[in-house]
Write a protein that binds this ligand. Sequence first.
Ligand code: FAD
Ligand code: UDP
Length: 373
Amino acid sequence: MKYDYLIVGSGLFGATFAYFAKKAGKKCLVIDKRPQLGGNVYCEEVEGINVHKYGAHIFHTSNKEVWNFVNSIVEFNRYTNCPVANYKGKLYNLPFNMNTFCQMWGVTTPEEAKAKIDEQKSEAVAALNGREPQNLEEQALCLVGRDIFYTLIKEYTEKQWGRKCTELPAFIIKRLPVRMVFDNNYFNDKYQGIPVGGYNKLIDGLLEGIDCKTDVDFFNSEYKDWNKFADKLVYTGAIDEYFNYSLGKLDWRTVSFKTRIEDTANFQGNAVVNYTSHEKPYTRVIEHKHFEMFGQEVYDCPKSVVSEEYSTEYKDGMEPYYPVNDERNNQLADQYRKLAANEENVVFGGRLAQYKYYDMAPVIEQVMEYFKK
Ligand code: FAD
Ligand code: UDP
């Protein structure tokens, strides 16, 4: 039997594509080179806790259609991301809001906070002498002033990007929200949460009744001659690999995780703690149970699983996580995209095949739009 679609990759793009194709009466085969389905949202159960194996994932969107759709597959819980920053043992709320300003300066009203920020910003703005901020350090100093920059931004950013703030582009920090209210919600989106029972439930729901094969690498399998098996190909792997790196290799930034079991029910009291000084080599510590357990549930589960996150230089064989946003890579990706546009009956979808950083909701939205057409 010939399939309508061979789908390479069972991440959110591939799984959502298979779901809508099936609904449209099409037959799909999904293959993935990993031993399990779900791509980067896959969770591994350890001590009764869903561990986000490929990085912490928080679903957030303002698109009601996408939100209703994912909730039709699996119910979402009330998790709201409120990361805390630890600078040399002192804790601050994120994103920068009235709680942070109170912890930093002891101010208690928006007016006092604004006066303090304005005073600190004015030094940085004066130093620019009328020109635009040229790098991340100048941008951050003009946005929030020196105290916040040196306590919560400088060293964290240097750890994360492996470069000095003066050598990084200003745009990375442009979107950091500054809030004059006591609101620790990291995202501005209308809807947010984690699937009840974990992300695997979402993937299982999307792929229900669809033929799937794991441990199958497209390029080292019979499926490479996909025409024999399907009318169309949906490819969600790396775009340069599809073209056998003919124009050169794209760079990626990656993260490595050191995960351990802690013999305590509540290790750090929050899902996400950022370490914003060089004192610790990792950028963040994730305590996975707090994504899905609230109140007494935290203590009903006697152990905890925590992951330290280290920003790591990408080498062959590592997991490609974030596209590198510089001129060489942007140009190379454009050239590959031109080649991709000429491939007949092939859909290039998702973050690896498009070489773009996408959150989960936009990936689902893209597939929904494709099927509307
Ligand atoms: P993926 O999930 O990567 O799936 C691609 C799949 O293709 C993989 O399973 C891979 O094994 C398979 N594959 C690749 N090549 C081959 C091949 N040759 N043969 C067979 N199979 C192949 N988004 C949010 O909205 N909120 C968050 O908090 C968030 N946190 C993130 C944290 C990290 C560390 C990262 C990297 C991303 C995060 N994201 C987050 C983004 C989210 O992971 C992506 O939007 C989502 O994974 C995109 O799905 P995808 O299908 O494009 O890619
Ligand atoms: N950032 C920071 N301190 C923090 C958190 C973030 O300075 O505690 C900066 C840092 O430069 C980072 C950027 O804000 O690269 C974006 O951070 P965000 O958490 O939004 O993105 P992610 O780390 O998920 O890519």
